[in-house]
Design a protein around this ligand. Structure first.
Ligand SMILES: CC(C)(COP(=O)(O)OP(=O)(O)OC[C@H]1O[C@@H](n2cnc3c(N)ncnc32)[C@H](O)[C@@H]1OP(=O)(O)O)[C@@H](O)C(=O)NCCC(=O)NCCS
Length: 212
């Protein structure tokens, strides 16, 4: 399978949001908000326009990666700039064929060249350990509340991370969106059935799990 990775073009916003909706629909909760998140992200000051890529297979978009700026704050108020990807999405028919990993692999050198200290995400470890992510507790990186969520994963890009402990991770405020606004935005897309499925319980378990 030939995968071409290239920047997303402005006229492709809707296509990419439809892709994101198809990838996330009913996966973590009944329905999904990630296409709305992508929509508001593009005009948010934390959005990394230079790291916004799509993956093309046979001339059609099959995957997308979007990044926002995030940060680590240390115990002495020292600050490290980091980035966070998400939504990262691959059309269901193309999943588990290496497209998600290829999008990560393509963007990592750009993230490093831009001087960010790490990529930090909330995600299912099984999707990301093969791309080099490790649990954040290994670096003493916790949530703003000082906990170590199992889903908080770090890909270090500089040694500065190792020089200190007690980091707290802050993602962009774009993630604090209104659920009502997300539901309203979804009405602009073709209706799809919201239903329960087992992957939502896996997600619920993971999002309540912490490392000691
Ligand atoms: C998660 C996602 C982006 C991964 O992209 P992908 O192209 O399907 O994944 P890849 O083929 O590149 O595989 C990446 C790794 O994840 C693993 N993986 C992928 N899907 C998996 C699954 N459902 N269960 C367990 N492992 C999985 C692969 O085995 C691979 O690891 P390996 O290199 O050790 O074999 C894609 O499946 C997707 O869009 N999922 C729905 C939306 C989503 O969950 N996005 C991420 C939110 S955190």
């Amino acid at each position: 399978m030939d995968i071409t990775i290239r920047p997303e073009a402005p006229h492709e916003h809707r296509t990419v949001e439809e892709l994101i909706r198809a990838a996330f629909w009913n996966l973590y909760v009944p329905g999904c908000d990630e296409h709305y998140l992508a929509h508001i992200m593009r005009s948010h000051p934390d959005f990394c326009h230079d790291l916004n890529f799509v993956a093309e297979v046979n001339g059609a978009i099959a995957g997308s990666i979007m990044y926002t700026r995030s940060r680590l704050i240390g115990t002495g108020a020292e600050r490290l700039e980091t980035v966070t990807f998400g939504p990262l999405s691959v059309l269901p028919a193309y999943q588990r064929k290496g497209i998600g990993s290829a999008l990560i692999r393509h963007t990592l050198p750009l993230v490093k060249a831009a001087g960010y200290h790490a990529v930090i995400i909330y995600g299912n470890p099984s999707n990301y350990v093969s791309s080099g992510f490790i649990g954040s507790s290994s670096f003493g990186i916790g949530s703003p509340e000082g906990a170590f969520p199992t889903a908080l994963l770090v890909l270090p890009l500089s040694d500065t991370l190792r020089s200190s402990r007690g980091w707290k991770f802050y993602q962009s405020s774009v993630f604090e969106y209104s659920k009502t606004d997300a539901e309203e935005y979804d009405t602009q897309f073709p209706p799809m059935e919201k239903r329960h499925q087992p992957s939502q319980e896996v997600f619920a378990i993971l999002s309540r799990s912490f490392v000691q």
